[in-house]
Design a protein around this ligand. Structure first.
Ligand code: NAD
Ligand code: UFG
Length: 338
């Protein structure tokens, strides 16, 4: 029987890519998004890439009546919850907005799910919940901490979801801890469209390469790593999308509330990513080394063995494929969706 999945934040970067994967796999989808950080165009393009059954509701996840109406309009089998704010620096500047959208929004969603007897959930968590990791690669059992309000919202939501699963065993919840999602759909039609100056490495490099920014500043080359720059576990957004499908399929079997890393299991330095991007775009990209960015861990990469075991899923795409797809998206859409 066809399953209907409610996707909050489905117009966003990871959400839209996952919508394509869901439609291709034959799911029906109901997207809820208030378009705070996205545009309707992404969903038009999702349907162009994967014609299928997708309905869109411009609703804020903090709006209980609006959400309830969506649940009542068609039976939902499971929810993938992407909606939220995600910029670390902004969360320090406007913490209340982060607690409101991420934490209050999630509480609201969970209450509406409960009222409508939907208890299957895949949640977008983040490797940020590991803080400055002591152990590498990082297993799911590593100590959790948060260094900023954004991270605290993810940790609070994780704690809440663990409590709910204990209180009522009919909940099945996957906490997917993403490492560093990059790249785009290989069509170049959907991808990451950060508003303002990008915080993240890959979109910044691509915007310099396309002429929108002057130069990349590498935040420090005096870390204790192989070339002095920080190591991260970059994961292609297509692999991530497939990870969500694998989690949906495995939910019932796993049961309870389970945290699972979605990463490749290996890390790349900032210089390595920069070199791969330069090879891809085929011309020089302006770059200089600057000061360290406060709060950056020197290295962070996943122990990805639990995902392989529980979900039968592994990331397969290389850093070159990540750069090629990010560049196709950036060069075909130099100003994003606008
Ligand atoms: P995104 O900003 O592109 O997508 C989030 C979507 O949620 C947007 O479409 C936005 O309009 C929507 N949204 C925001 N507030 C809302 C509200 N109150 N009601 C309804 N919709 C709302 O971000 P993304 O990169 O696709 O991230 C998706 C999720 O994954 C987020 O929860 C984020 O914290 C998490 N995550 C992202 C990364 C990353 O590097 N991109 C890493 C780890 C975890
Ligand atoms: N970097 C630069 N210059 C830039 C941008 C980034 O040198 O202009 C460096 C950073 O110092 C870091 C690496 O590139 O060493 C990656 O930085 P990102 O900001 O792309 O990614 P982070 O790992 O710092 O942060 C990401 C998400 C956060 C999340 C965190 C942990 O953006 O939301 O992963 O999961 F909290």
């Amino acid at each position: 029987m066809t399953q209907r999945i409610l996707v909050t934040g489905g117009a966003g970067y990871i959400g839209s890519t996952t919508c394509v994967a869901l439609l291709e796999a034959g799911y029906e989808i109901v997207v809820v998004d208030n378009l705070a950080n996205s545009s309707r165009t992404s969903l038009d393009r999702v349907l162009e890439l994967a014609p299928g059954n997708l309905s869109f509701h411009e609703v804020d996840i903090r709006d209980a009546d609006g959400l309830n109406a969506v649940f009542e309009s068609a039976p939902i089998d499971a929810v993938i919850h992407f909606a939220g704010f995600k910029a670390v620096g902004e969360s320090v500047a406007i913490p209340l907005a982060y607690y409101d959208t991420n934490v209050v929004g999630t509480i609201n969603l969970l209450q509406v799910m409960q009222q409508n007897e939907v208890r299957n959930l895949v949640f977008s968590s983040s490797a940020t919940v590991y803080g400055d990791p002591e152990q590498l690669p990082i297993p799911e059992s590593a100590p959790l901490s948060a260094a900023n309000p954004y991270g605290r919202t993810k940790l609070m939501i994780e704690d809440m979801l663990r409590d709910i699963a204990v209180s009522d065993p009919s909940w099945t919840i996957a906490l997917l801890r993403y490492f560093n999602p990059v790249g785009a759909h290989p069509s170049g039609r959907i991808g990451e469209d950060p508003s303002g100056i990008p915080n993240n490495l890959m979109p910044f490099i691509m915007q310099v390469a396309v002429g929108r920014r002057k130069e990349l500043v590498v935040f420090g080359n005096d870390y204790p790593t192989r070339d002095g720059t920080c190591i991260r576990d970059y994961i292609h957004v297509m692999d991530l999308a497939e990870g969500h499908l694998a989690a949906l399929r495995a939910l019932a079997e796993i049961g309870g509330c389970t945290a699972i890393n979605l990463g490749t299991g290996t890390g790349s330095t900032v210089f390595e990513v920069f070199e791969a991007a330069r090879r891809t775009v085929g011309h020089d990209i302006a770059m200089r080394v600057g000061e360290r960015r406060p709060g950056d861990a020197s290295a962070c990469f996943a122990d990805s063995s639990l995902a392989a075991r529980l979900l039968d899923w592994r990331a397969t795409r290389t850093i070159d494929e990540m750069c090629i797809d990010a560049w196709r998206w950036q060069s075909m859409n130099p100003n994003g969706y606008s």
